[in-house]
Design a protein. Structure first.
Length: 463
């Protein structure tokens, strides 16, 4: 297998013409005078720039005194991190789950508590504590962003060291890195996938259990892996990662449940009873059709999720060549978000590394990312209109925005599905590569291939 690194300015259909005005693609000796600047170091520098822009974009909201007359919405600097300081009573030393019901899984509450405790150690005045809390959270989230980008690089094909740059400079990374605590499960899932790629399913399960204790969506990795492991005949590895995932999640979550059942149960109750969110396709459908909401919405969502799961399972089984792990995980998560009750703007962070690993091409990726930026801005304008009917974004235009985001994501999903079915078009597999993130699945023949080879090896009976 050739180990010559792929230069994106010579490989990507969008970047090739884009570099013509800058003198053309990089030459073979472009970096010869700058040997220290390896791809990962350049990517880290780019990530630092992106996170700095993201921080400056949220900075106007660091002063809680400005959170009046919808300042946080009209200036597009709203962040749940700052809001949690007051709404969750962290300002008065309240402990998540113990002193207040927390609508997030266990490790997200632990993250809040760690940031609050570190804030208490800072030599700042009482009026500056909320800004200090945000700044400390930004530092911790930035570390998680580094982990997310590094794990993306480790999961990429050896010949494609520049693919992680797509994550580092993604518009969603800039806009949403400090909106919520979503980088925590993204980073933990990245570590879990790296462990799986290193053929360590037990360690992968431990990290996946931690990721699931931060947000529940990383559990979809088990669904993706069971489809692939069944086809490859590697179910023992799947059972190993399942057992360690469950054990780790239980070790983290059950003590909190026993000590503070009401606070712990808020996450489950909140997600069970909530209806279709503003960003869900079900909300405009229900308004247009007049369909019954409540439990009826839950049944429709459940039916859609079952259809998606069966369809992806059939695709994985019927594809001429076994798809790669990130491809299946990305398609599953994207479709689950589209047909689910909630698809918040910051949820795009979950998809970004997986999208890059599934299909490292810039054009469709940036189109989808642009749609996510549009959705974020229009959502804030829509929320302005809820309080001031003469301002903000009308409902109709908001529903159009949701449709644009979903369609752009579906187009990207369609490209990934095409690569899953037609593996010759999968750029990751150029150079005789199978599945860099596959771990026990990488270079493993399918069960049906082994069965076919076994039959062909049997000598005919003498006549």
């Amino acid at each position: 297998m050739s180990e010559v690194a792929v230069d994106p300015t010579r490989d990507d259909p969008l970047l090739i013409p884009a570099t013509e005005g800058l003198g053309g693609p990089l030459g073979a000796r472009a970096w010869s005078a700058f040997n220290w600047w390896t791809p990962i170091r350049v990517i880290m520098l780019a990530l630092g720039g992106a996170l700095t822009i993201g921080y400056l974009q949220k900075a106007p909201c660091r002063d809680p005194g400005r959170w009046a007359d919808q300042f946080q919405l009209t200036h597009a600097c709203y962040t749940d991190v700052l809001a949690s300081w007051g709404s969750f009573k962290l300002i008065s030393g309240a402990i998540p789950y113990v002193d207040f019901a927390t609508p997030y899984p266990t490790l997200t509450g632990v993250f809040m508590e760690i940031a609050a405790r570190l804030t208490g150690l800072m030599p700042v005045s009482e009026s500056q504590r909320v800004a200090a809390y945000f700044d400390i959270s930004v530092v911790l989230l930035s570390i998680l962003a580094v982990i997310a980008v590094v794990t993306t690089a480790l999961l990429s094909a050896p010949r494609r060291p520049w693919d992680a740059l797509m994550v580092a400079v993604a518009p969603v990374m800039i806009l949403q890195a400090f909106t919520n605590w979503d980088l925590l499960p993204v980073a933990l899932l990245g570590i879990a996938m790296v462990a799986w790629s290193r053929r360590a399913p037990a360690w992968a399960g431990m990290w996946l259990g931690l990721a699931t204790a931060a947000k529940f969506w990383p559990l979809l990795l088990l669904l993706a892996l069971v489809m692939l492991c069944w086809r490859a005949g590697r179910m023992r590895d799947w059972f190993t990662i399942v057992l360690t995932t469950v054990a780790t999640w239980a070790a983290v979550s059950i003590p909190v449940w026993l000590f503070a059942p009401a606070g712990f149960g808020e996450f489950w109750a909140h997600n069970f009873h909530r209806g279709a969110d503003w960003d869900s396709l079900w909300l405009p459908i229900e308004k247009i059709t007049g369909w019954e909401t409540g439990r009826a919405t839950d049944f429709r969502v459940l039916a859609a999720l079952i259809v998606v799961t069966v369809a992806v399972a059939v695709l994985v089984w019927k594809a001429p060549r076994r798809p790669r792990v990130p491809q299946v995980m990305f398609v599953l998560l994207a479709l689950f978000l589209i047909v689910g009750k909630v698809f918040s703007p910051q949820d795009a962070l979950w998809l970004t590394p997986l999208a890059v690993l599934a299909r490292p091409r810039w054009r469709a990726f940036l189109v989808w990312q642009a749609a996510e930026v549009l959705l974020t801005i229009n959502r804030l304008l829509m929320l302005v209109g809820l309080e001031k009917s003469d301002k903000g974004l009308p409902d109709g235009w908001w529903y159009v925005t949701v449709a644009v985001r979903d369609i752009s994501l579906l187009v990207l999903v369609g490209f990934v599905i095409w690569d899953m079915w037609n593996s010759r078009g999968d750029v990751v597999r150029d150079g005789d590569v199978d599945d860099p993130a596959g771990g026990p699945l990488d270079e493993t023949p399918d069960r049906r291939e082994r069965r076919r080879n076994t039959v062909s090896d049997v000598e005919p009976m003498p006549v």
